[in-house]
Write a protein that binds this ligand. Structure first.
Ligand SMILES: [Mn+2]
Length: 408
């Protein structure tokens, strides 16, 4: 069986034409559409707003990031981190960012009515990329122009798997949570959701699943096992989607696909398991208008008309959606706005500084991206120009040529 997690988007989209164009409309025309009016009508009525210019970040203190090479000293703090995190998860009185908007204790599709005032950043797939995480934190918290001490972060999921420093990334994210829970929101990705425990060992229902293998190899190390179990507890109740008041949808993968719309409209049950699954697992097709949901895989694809149809269903349920930010598809440029998604644009952002071993195209070293919430627009992309030499130091194995005959 092929892995559930194979990528579809990169090879099908010419990365050039799919990249943000200067004339790309950042704001969905359908925002103004009256019910019954077609998007074409609304397109004509609403002047296009420019997509925020990509910010190239090349002035971080790159040498300082070297201290995290090999995982830094994070594991030396593991006991204290897991003890504080265990206490935190026992105490429902200390909410994380946006928990206050949950409709009930286990609401995982959160309708936010105010985005708040301090800077709000999106950090996409990390897959154990401690270098990209630390670079992102240096920007978000410490950059003289763009950083702020009270900045908030939404992680878009997929903290581990694909080797790298999965445990260290997890512990660092735990540390951010316990230091200031009101500034951190963690959305579940498919790799996070796929992690399980059968009573004896950790399990995973996705490929690659090297983080669960790593945990099982360390079954004698109680601190590491407790960290793995904390991840299970955290992700079990982690949000699968956030709906912002300006029409921004935030999720790891996608949204409930077409075959779920009738039932969703009837029940209004955003937390139905089938809906939760599509938020986490669905993949964006770069150019297709519509894709038939394939329920033999969790990673069904959608096209741009599928997203427009979802926007209309969501609006009818009192949660207007006009645009989206997500991770999930490890696009070669580490961010992408598919040109075909004109009426309702989608930004894909992933924070990966290296080529994963399951990627077969492009250079070994990449510029990871993060994105800044921008009201009534797609988030603004910030590209972290980590020196290639530093990436090679962290991930020497990623610089080796990819295996040519292993397509599965
Ligand atoms: Mn991923």
């Amino acid at each position: 069986m092929p892995p559930d997690d194979t990528l579809h988007s990169e090879s099908e989209a010419g990365s050039c034409d799919a990249l943000i164009e200067s004339d790309h409309t950042g704001v969905p025309a359908s925002k103004l559409a009256l019910s019954g009016a077609s998007q074409t009508d609304a397109d004509a009525e609403r002047p296009p707003r420019p997509f925020p210019a990509v910010v190239e970040i090349d002035d971080l203190d790159w040498a300082a990031l070297r201290e995290f090479d090999g995982g830094g000293d994070i594991r030396a703090r593991i006991e204290s981190i897991i003890e504080r995190m265990e206490v935190f998860l026992e105490d429902p009185a200390t909410p994380m960012l946006f928990d206050a908007y949950r409709g009930f204790a286990h609401d995982r599709v959160i309708h936010i009515t105010s985005a708040g005032d301090s800077a709000l950043w999106f950090v996409g797939d990390l897959h154990g990329d401690l270098l990209a995480l630390e670079a992102a934190l240096a920007l978000i918290r410490g950059h003289p122009q763009y950083g702020s001490a009270n900045a908030r972060i939404i992680f878009l999921g997929d903290l581990f798997d694909d080797e790298g420093f999965g445990l260290e990334v997890l512990l660092r994210v735990f540390e951010l949570v316990i230091n200031n829970p009101a500034t951190v929101c963690i959305i579940a990705g498919n790799h996070d959701e796929a992690l399980g425990h059968d009573g004896t060992r950790f399990t995973s229902t996705v490929s690659p699943s090297d983080f669960s293998d790593f945990l099982n190899r360390h079954e004698a190390d109680q601190a590491i096992i407790r960290a793995g179990k904390l991840a299970l507890r955290l992700f079990q109740n982690a949000p699968r989607a956030l709906f912002f008041p300006d029409g921004l949808l935030v999720a790891h993968g996608g949204f409930p696909l077409a075959d779920l719309h009738p039932r969703l409209q009837e029940t209004g049950d955003w937390n139905a398991p089938s809906c939760l699954s599509d938020f986490v697992w669905a993949r964006a097709h770069p150019t297709a208008r519509k894709k038939l949901p394939n329920r033999f895989t969790r990673g069904s694809q959608f096209g741009h008309e599928d997203f427009a149809a979802f926007c209309s269903v969501a609006s009818s349920l009192g949660r207007p959606v006009t645009h989206m930010v997500r991770g999930h598809d490890h696009v070669e440029e580490r961010y992408q706005v598919f040109a075909a998604y004109k009426a309702n644009p989608i930004l894909t952002t992933v924070a990966l500084s290296r080529r994963l071993s399951r990627e077969f195209l492009g250079t070994p070293e990449r510029f990871p991206t993060v994105a800044l919430y921008t009201e009534d627009s797609l988030p603004q992309v910030f590209r972290l120009h980590i020196p290639a030499q530093l990436v090679r130091e962290f991930y020497p194995e990623a610089s080796e040529p990819p295996a040519s005959d292993d397509a599965s």
